[in-house]
Design a protein around this ligand. Structure first.
Ligand code: GDP
Ligand code: IMO
Ligand code: MG
Length: 429
């Protein structure tokens, strides 16, 4: 068997969580392969709403196993808070959740380092979620990190203290004081205590060698879906660097984030919004800083699932979408939040970028280039509610035109569209 993949094609928050949840009944295993609690994946069904940060979005189907892969980074404190929220709703994640022992740990001092780094950058800050993502992946690559498997060793505290000491040296060298920051509203010492309590509580979870477990499952004919976090334009190599996250969010990340061969990658589903959003800093060529942008934010309730920050909104960006499709080898597109543009009389779509008056033939190295200018086409909006539409065929003709226009431009079919946040508000072709 092969591993199918669902990932985001824009700057995150495309609606990956919703779509993974919709697909879950067809899969035996859902596996997260990168990112950490910077992610916020929203799932809504039967009047309930959940936001997952570290736990895969397959957790609501009791017969599906969920795996936190080696490429993920995990904060025990945030993880156990998620577990408690689920458990308060009668979902006992420990029964169908496995964690790779090779996943790296986010220490409280990683979060301090994140805060120090952002403070030093001032106006040039990344707009990080401040969950310690950059510093934790830095330690992983720098070979200083601590892994989930190390938590169960008797000398874990020694390893922890050595790394914390290293972090404190850096923090002091930056002229900062660890006690000058709070973590989730708590002073460092108190947060650290809770973090260790979470480490203890995590002992009920089964750790696995995720790569061996998954390959064996595939050999046995089990179906596996890999769930991406963030989006392609936040990829550390191909995103709008340095305004990116610190992992490979693209399909290639599935191989090293789960320990599977490229031969074992199956269908790649690319999720995108019918428009664009971005949260945090960094270039955004089609951003709308006007009433239309406000309307998108209001209609789409565009506020960060992890930080609550308002998301920046703008028109669909086809050069960026094509670039993302190329990098991931997307087989099938899924368009989200279609309903958010129900009241638009006209809709703009960015067809190309111009730089110095010339059309850019390639996706630019630097999206922040002041010369860069989006070239738009304007389409007629469907300008009607989709509340009563229950099949793809019954979509308004002008919406079908919008979909066809996108397909023609990018050369990949849109096989599913989402017309509302609930699990059931999803139409397949
Ligand atoms: P993710 O990070 O990609 O999983 O996406 P988020 O959960 O951060 O953000 C997507 C937001 O849009 C969530 O609040 C979803 O409930 C919501 N959402 C998803 N699909 C739709 C849709 O088709 N229409 C509307 N109006 N909201 C949607
Ligand atoms: P999901 O999985 C949207 C953004 C942050 C910031 C940059 C770096 O919900 O789509 P980091 O915390 O990684 O240091 O932040 O990346 N970012 C996201 N934006 N959705 C996400 O995840 C994001 N995860 C990180 O806002 O600009
Ligand atoms: Mg999100």
């Amino acid at each position: 068997m092969k591993v199918d993949v669902i990932l985001g094609l824009q700057w995150g928050d495309e609606g990956k969580g919703k779509i993974v949840d919709v697909f879950t009944p067809k899969y035996d295993i859902i596996a997260r392969f990168q990112g950490g609690p910077n992610a916020g994946h929203t799932i809504i069904f039967e009047g309930k709403k959940f936001i997952l940060h570290t736990i895969p979005s397959g957790i609501f189907h009791p017969t599906t196993l969920n795996l936190i892969g080696n490429g993920v980074i995990l904060d025990p404190y945030i993880f156990m808070k998620e577990i408690d929220t689920l458990s308060a709703s009668g979902i006992h994640a420990e029964e169908n959740l496995l964690i790779s022992s090779r996943a790296h740990l986010i220490l409280p001092s990683h979060r301090l380092l994140d805060a120090v780094s952002e403070t030093r950058k001032g106006a040039a800050k990344i707009g990080s979620t401040l969950k310690g993502i950059g510093p934790t992946y830095t330690d992983k690559i720098g070979r200083n990190g601590l892994r989930v498997g190390t938590m169960r060793r008797p000398d874990f505290r020694d390893h922890y203290n050595a790394l914390k000491e290293l972090h404190f040296h850096t923090i002091h060298a930056c002229g900062a004081d660890p006690d000058g920051f709070t973590l989730d509203g708590l002073p460092f010492g108190e947060y650290e205590k809770k973090w260790f309590e979470a480490v203890e509580r995590m002992k009920i979870f089964k750790l696995v060698e995720g790569e061996q477990f998954l390959n064996k499952c595939l050999d046995e004919g089990k179906t596996v879906m890999a769930e991406g976090a963030q989006g392609t334009l936040l990829d550390v190599d191909f995103g709008s660097y340095p305004f990116v996250t610190s992992s490979n969010t693209i399909a290639a990340g599935v191989c090293n984030g789960l320990g599977i061969s490229p031969h074992r990658i199956g269908t790649i589903y690319g999720v995108f919004k019918a428009y664009c959003t971005r949260v945090g800093s960094g270039p955004f060529p089609t951003e709308l800083k006007d009433e239309t942008g406000e309307t998108l934010r209001r209609n789409g309730n565009e506020y960060g699932s992890t930080t609550g920050r308002p998301r920046r909104c703008g028109w669909l960006d086809l050069p960026a979408l094509k670039y993302s499709i190329m990098l991931n080898g997307v087989d099938t597109l899924i368009m989200m939040k279609t309903d958010v543009m129900n009241s638009f009389e006209t809709i703009k779509v960015c067809l190309n970028y111009k730089s110095g008056g010339e059309i850019c033939e390639e996706f630019p190295f630097d999206l922040a280039d002041e010369d860069l200018e989006p070239v738009y086409d304007e389409l007629e909006g469907w300008n009607t509610t989709l509340d009563e539409v229950k099949t793809f065929d019954a979509l308004p003709a002008l919406l079908k035109d919008y979909i066809r226009f996108i397909e023609n431009e990018v050369g990949v079919p849109v096989e599913m569209i989402s017309v509302g946040p609930d699990r059931v508000q999803t139409l397949s072709r």
